[in-house]
Design a protein around this ligand. Structure first.
Ligand SMILES: NC(=O)C1=CN([C@@H]2O[C@H](COP(=O)(O)OP(=O)(O)OC[C@H]3O[C@@H](n4cnc5c(N)ncnc54)[C@H](OP(=O)(O)O)[C@@H]3O)[C@@H](O)[C@H]2O)[C@@H](O)CC1
Ligand SMILES: Nc1ncnc2c1ncn2[C@@H]1O[C@H](COP(=O)(O)OP(=O)(O)O)[C@@H](O)[C@H]1O
Ligand SMILES: [K+]
Length: 501
């Protein structure tokens, strides 16, 4: 598990660090890491370092200072360096002096020669002939979309970019992009990830992120966001031991599907069958269809005669009418962990009396997509993390908000995120698969917050495997349906378990 820290947390840690190590020394450490990664990128993309040209885009603060110092270090490697200053009066003085001493060139972004878009001739030329660009426009103090001159410079960049701390134009806290934003070839950050590296559009704009050690780790404390790695999901994924039988691993009940939507039952039930080795019970009108697809499922027509389970997964395709309501009520009263998805979320939003049926001691997981979330608690908005955290606390439930970045909040405020790294899971029925995976993990006794994280990671890996045949997120793939995603679940589990060895 690794973390991401908010700008406020980073700043607080930074102040403690400065009490031990002088600020200029910390900045030089950060800048040195930027220079190392820039030289590496130059070598990869141009075949050499000395004799190549780096253009620094330099904003008004310390982010620009990092870029200027990095430019000074690059001069030592024989790189030609031009700094383009967006706010000449505010450019970091020590960084500017260091670059000048090292023989770097300094030009203004605008100035008297500016074209109609506000870019001066020298700046335009420096951006155009760069072999690599170092983005030091703005970092942790970014507010709103990039200002016009910065946005125009970013639009003109064609060379590969090293982003300092975070790609300019990406909101540090939410990862949202409003207008022009740097698309980095590599982002070099300091001490730990920022939320924008792991949320929303920020993931694509910053990847890959290199975390440089500048001595901040000791002061960071608990992260704002947690992220899971394949190996730990693989290590924790429940598999049968010598002393296990079909009951001891947990029995999951699937209450999904209807005569109109039998597919939801097949997908959720199939996911539960493949997730763990315990037993799967199905209860609902699609019992025959489920049996035909998954003979190992013990299927019955109603939740009232389903038999004992250790967790329920309820909702996909049950409808929002009277029968769906009664199914949900029964399941909520059962006293076992429940994963409530799809129609059951709409039902809870429409009929608040259903909350009264809930056993207060049994964990509840809600897995809305953005539309279902809006029904339950209003529009999500740009700050998805805060929105999900607030709803988790309000309903005393683990809430998993679906999307390209899945956000999982526990009632106590812990938030876990999983980026799908690609968008192949965006296909009808794939949410039903996720529900089945979560239900099976709950039945196996996995903590609900972790179960959501494990399931969403395996779900996105399964989609990638199905679409591309491999684990490379950038590989060429072909569109898949939820059945193909489901069929790749065992391969995805195998792959994460292999990482744990
Ligand atoms: N903590 C760490 O680990 C370390 C941190 N370090 C570095 O410090 C960086 C933070 O530096 P920082 O606080 O000086 O602010 P920074 O992000 O450079 O912004 C500067 C100014 O930009 C402006 N501006 C704002 N929004 C804008 C927009 N949309 N479009 C255009 N301009 C915009 C606004 O100035 P204004 O023009 O409003 O006066 C703002 O004040 C951090 O990211 C890291 O690189 C390392 O050196 C050491 C280790
Ligand atoms: N753009 C996307 N990129 C990656 N994953 C996505 C994207 N959009 C949706 N998903 C994932 O696909 C699944 C869709 O679930 P859902 O909306 O409930 O679909 P359905 O109801 O058709 O099963 C969720 O796991 C969600 O996180
Ligand atoms: K930046």
């Amino acid at each position: 598990m690794y973390g991401a820290w908010t700008p406020d947390q980073i700043r607080a840690a930074e102040q403690k660090l400065f009490a031990r190590t002088p600020e200029p020394q910390v900045m030089r450490r950060a800048a040195y890491a930027v220079a190392v990664h820039t030289a590496r990128l130059l070598d990869e993309s141009s075949g050499s370092v000395a004799g190549r040209h780096a253009t620094l885009l330099v904003g008004a603060g310390n982010n620009g200072g990092d870029a200027l110092w990095a430019g000074a270090f690059l001069r030592r490697r024989g790189v030609g360096v031009t700094a383009v200053l967006l706010s000449p009066d505010k450019a970091h003085p020590a960084g500017l002096a260091a670059l000048r001493r090292a023989g770097g060139r300094v030009v203004e972004a605008g100035g008297p020669s500016a074209d109609t878009a506000g870019i001066g001739a020298e700046a335009a030329d420096a951006v155009e002939r760069a072999d690599v660009v170092v983005d030091g426009i703005v970092g942790l103090s970014a507010r709103g979309g990039l200002r016009p001159t910065a946005a125009e410079l970013v639009r003109r960049v064609t060379a590969p970019v090293v982003a300092v701390d975070l790609p300019s134009g990406v909101d540090p806290l939410t990862g949202a992009v409003d207008g022009a934003a740097v698309s980095a070839e590599v982002t070099v950050t300091f001490g730990g990830h920022r939320p924008c590296h792991v949320l929303g559009a920020g993931v694509v704009h910053s990847r890959p992120v290199e975390v440089a050690d500048i001595g901040l780790d000791d002061f960071l404390g608990d992260p704002e966001l947690y992220l899971l790695e394949d190996a730990e999901v693989g290590a924790c994924w429940p598999v049968p031991s010598a002393s296990d039988d079909k009951y001891s691993q947990g029995v999951v009940g699937i209450a999904a599907g209807s005569a109109t939507y039998p597919g939801a039952a097949v997908l959720a039930g199939g996911a539960a069958v493949q997730a763990t080795s315990g037993m799967v019970r199905y209860a609902g009108p699609a019992a025959d269809v489920v049996r035909a697809h998954w003979p190992e499922v013990v299927a019955t027509g109603s939740v009232t005669d389903a038999g004992r389970v250790q967790a329920w997964a309820v909702g996909p395709g049950i409808g929002t009418g009277g029968s769906g309501r009664e199914v949900l009520r029964h399941v909520l009263e059962a006293g076992v962990p429940v994963c409530a998805d799809a129609d059951s979320i709409t039902l809870l939003a429409e009929d608040p009396t259903l909350w009264d049926a809930r056993d207060p001691d049994a964990p509840l997981v809600l897995t809305p997509h953005a539309g279902e979330f809006a029904r339950l608690a209003g529009e999500v908005g740009a700050d998805r993390v805060s929105a999900v955290r607030e709803v988790a606390a309000r309903f005393d439930a683990v809430v998993l908000l679906k999307g390209n970045t899945t956000v999982v909040a526990a009632p106590d405020g812990r938030v876990l995120v999983n980026s799908a790294r690609q968008s192949w899971p965006a296909t009808a029925g794939s949410g039903d698969v996720l529900t089945g995976l979560i239900g099976a993990l709950l039945a196996a006794g996995i903590d609900p917050w972790a179960a959501c994280g494990f399931a969403s990671l395996v779900h996105s890996r399964a989609a990638l495997l199905a679409a591309t045949g491999g684990a490379d997120a950038d590989a060429v793939g072909a569109p898949i349906g939820a059945s193909a995603l489901l069929a790749s679940v065992p391969d995805a589990i195998r792959a994460v378990r292999a990482e744990a060895l």
